[in-house]
Design a protein around this ligand. Structure first.
Ligand code: SF4
Ligand code: MG
Length: 331
């Protein structure tokens, strides 16, 4: 069975029409999401996480690289019908449920629109709306169908946002920081809802977050992005409990300790987020890396296999560098 999503050497350069001088927001990123898998995409603000989601949903056009859905390449030029089909199969859930719902419309209208647009639930629209509300825990549906977004709590709004995404019967959900605008106390409820829906509906999910604890809780595998570059990829437990890239290690050391709360609010790492217009040659993390060596500037390191399906883009895993270090530097 093909993966739900493959992205291959995906690249997005903003400005300068892709020529030198533009900002490389996404730098040759490759990863896959299997059917029913949750892939966590972790990084600081400005690391390119949202841009990747917007490229997959074709809200941006890639500069280079390929996106495949169910093994089929998504053409660079997408006509109206093909774009509509893509937008049905790939649904987004946004960070801010306050901004993503129109306060004028009652919840039922918000959920009917995608059903109408995609020609789903003809005649049975009301039953489908009720079912959507029940599936996201807004029960009984009659209590919520007539409400407007300002009459709902933040958690209830995000449940409506999730129901709206489900309405189109997508195969892939792109959830862009879906819990970071919510109170800590209800984040776990929303994450559990998303995991239940994955199990019940067989959805695949890209879960974008800057919260390592949330990524570990939600994800089967985790991809770590730094300055538009994929730096680490592997099973969630491996990447987060035993990070093999100095950047992921920095993120982890900057995160609140687990006993400070189940889901910490923020894990912004120490140091400056890089200016994407003046990235150094070679490893993008070199200016902040405690282990930087002259060789780190020689070229972008490859992804080194560190075992257990886990890869890290750092030359400390190069056998020759390891031998030279003789165990003095460990990652
Ligand atoms: Fe640090 Fe060099 Fe590894 Fe980059 S390649 S993370 S600069 S040690
Ligand atoms: Mg973002």
């Amino acid at each position: 069975m093909p993966n739900t999503l493959d992205i291959v050497n995906l690249r997005k350069v903003f400005g300068a029409r892709g020529r030198a001088g533009g900002v490389v927001a996404v730098n040759d990123v490759s990863f896959s999401i299997a059917r029913g898998e949750v892939l966590g995409l972790v990084g600081e603000s400005g690391s390119g996480k949202s841009t990747i989601a917007r490229l997959i949903a074709r809200l941006h056009t890639p500069t280079a690289g390929e996106i495949l859905l169910n093994g089929q390449p998504v053409p660079r030029r997408l006509g109206g019908r093909a774009l509509k089909r893509l937008r049905k199969n790939v649904q987004m859930i946004f960070q801010d449920p306050y901004a993503s719902l129109n306060p004028v419309h009652p919840v039922a209208y918000t959920l009917k629109r995608p059903l109408q647009i995609h020609g789903l639930a003809r005649g049975g629209t009301q039953a489908e709306v009720d079912s959507l509300l029940e599936r996201v825990g807004l029960s009984p549906a009659s209590t919520y169908a007539g409400k407007r977004s300002f009459e709902l709590s933040g958690g209830q709004r995000q449940r409506v946002g999730i129901a709206r995404a489900l309405a189109a019967r997508p195969e892939l959900i792109l959830a862009d920081e879906p819990t970071s605008a919510l109170d800590v106390s209800i984040r776990l409820d929303v994450m559990n809802l998303m995991l239940d829906l994955r199990d019940q509906e067989g959805l695949s999910m890209l879960f974008i977050t800057h919260d390592l604890a949330g990524a570990r809780y939600m994800s089967d595998r985790v991809a770590v992005l730094y300055a538009g570059t994929l730096v680490e990829l592997g099973p969630a437990v491996e990447v987060i409990d035993r990070p093999q890239h100095p950047y992921t290690q920095l993120l982890k050391s900057a995160a609140p300790k687990p006993d400070a709360g189940l889901v910490p609010e923020t894990i912004e790492a120490r140091g400056e987020v890089p200016d994407l217009t003046t990235l150094p040659p070679g490893c993008p993390f070199e200016p902040r890396c405690p282990h930087a060596m002259p060789e780190c500037r020689d070229g972008l390191p490859k992804m080194y296999d560190v075992g257990h399906g886990h890869t890290a883009r750092c030359i400390l895993h190069d056998p020759a560098i390891r031998a030279r270090n003789q165990g003095l530097v460990t990652v």
